[in-house]
Design a protein around this ligand. Structure first.
Ligand code: FDA
Length: 304
């Protein structure tokens, strides 16, 4: 009950434009530096380099919320291009994650598509890969339409499928051969489109992981759930899935010991590294996900 209340409070805060605007001026506060790798590209690249030295590869995400004009979306695309160039220039091992609403999906689909093409051209030049994060259900079909259109020209792009959605299994079947990040799903969705019970979400999660692995497609299993990770390891062994056909992914700052132990066991481990001054919404969603993260954040706050 209390967990549900705090979840809703954090989700409400994450969507509050005033809080988000205010937070941009504060710099990283409230322990956010535990889960956000600084506000500049330089600080993020430094964190990526430290992770690379531990055998962990990364995906960088320049945070951005509430994009409502073409100017803002064009600026966001330019920042993503700058990030790809910074990755190449610094020689760190990281790809890029982007959100379609940041590139103008709510303004105009073709405009968003063109922003993605500009980003993917630079990714191709620098031999890199771009992952389209999946947002809420209202953007799901449009995001998949964009992916399909882009895949006609680019092979260095993939997306994310959320196991809480009823449509997830069919989507994974339809996207056979395309690199997918599989997750449980981070947004609040209605019972008309999404499973609400944890058991069902977990069961569907394993189903789609198995489906994508067995089809021979490259699969990123993005979860902090040790039970799921253990099942995936077991399944890969049983079915002789080569270790270069999948990777585990976790968020920056979460389960650091487990990230390292997966590397030591020989698995590919990628950490999602968010950065930028628009950190507030991301931070609130992480607190909503897991009440224990509040203690974790407060520890960071008081150790400053
Ligand atoms: P879940 O939260 O279900 O926890 C299961 C169990 O794992 C817990 O009961 C606990 O025992 C253990 N556990 C979890 N977190 C722990 C911690 N920090 N410390 C100790 N134990 C812990 N979502 C989305 O909708 N679109 C997207 O594009 C992405 N992208 C993305 C990328 C990456 C790299 C990750 C890791 C996640 C995402 N997500 C996402 C978020 C995802 O959908 C999901 O909300 C979170 O990962 C939480 O679900 P988990 O599978 O991690 O475990």
């Amino acid at each position: 009950m209390l967990a549900e209340v705090s979840k809703n409070v954090f989700l409400y805060a994450s969507q509050n434009k005033l809080f988000n605007k205010g937070a941009k001026k504060w710099g990283l506060k409230l322990g956010a530096s535990q889960v956000v790798a600084g506000v500049t590209i330089e600080s993020a690249i430094k964190k990526v380099r430290e992770l690379n030295q531990k055998g962990i590869v990364c995906t960088l995400d320049h945070l951005g919320e509430f994009i409502s004009s073409k100017e803002e979306a064009t600026e966001a695309a330019a920042y993503n291009i700058k990030t790809l160039k910074a990755i190449a220039a610094s020689g760190v091992n990281s790809n890029l994650s982007v959100k379609m609403t940041q590139l103008g999906l709510d303004i105009d689909l073709d405009f968003c598509l063109n922003n993605m093409r500009r980003i993917l051209d630079v990714a191709k030049e620098t031999n890199n890969f771009v992952r389209i994060d999946m947002e809420d259900y209202a953007h799901c079909q449009m995001t998949l339409d964009i992916l399909r259109e882009l895949r006609k020209t680019y092979d260095n792009v993939g997306t994310v499928i959320q196991s809480y959605l009823f449509r997830a299994e069919q989507d994974v079947k339809d996207l056979r051969g395309i690199p997918l990040r599989l997750v449980k799903g981070a947004y609040k969705e209605s019972s008309e489109v999404a499973y609400q019970e944890k058991e069902k979400i977990d069961e569907n999660y394993m189903n789609i992981i198995k489906e994508h692995l067995l089809s021979g497609s490259y699969t990123a299993i993005a979860s902090h759930d040790h039970k799921i990770i253990a099942k995936v390891k077991e399944f890969a062994k049983q079915h002789n899935i080569p270790s270069n056909q999948f990777e585990f992914q976790m968020l920056y700052g979460f389960r650091k010991e487990m990230q390292l132990s997966l590397v030591q066991e020989g698995y590919k481990m990628r950490v999602y590294v968010p950065f930028g001054d628009d950190w507030f919404g991301y931070f609130m969603r992480r607190l909503a996900e897991r009440p224990q993260n509040v203690t974790f954040a407060l520890k960071g706050f008081f150790s400053k």
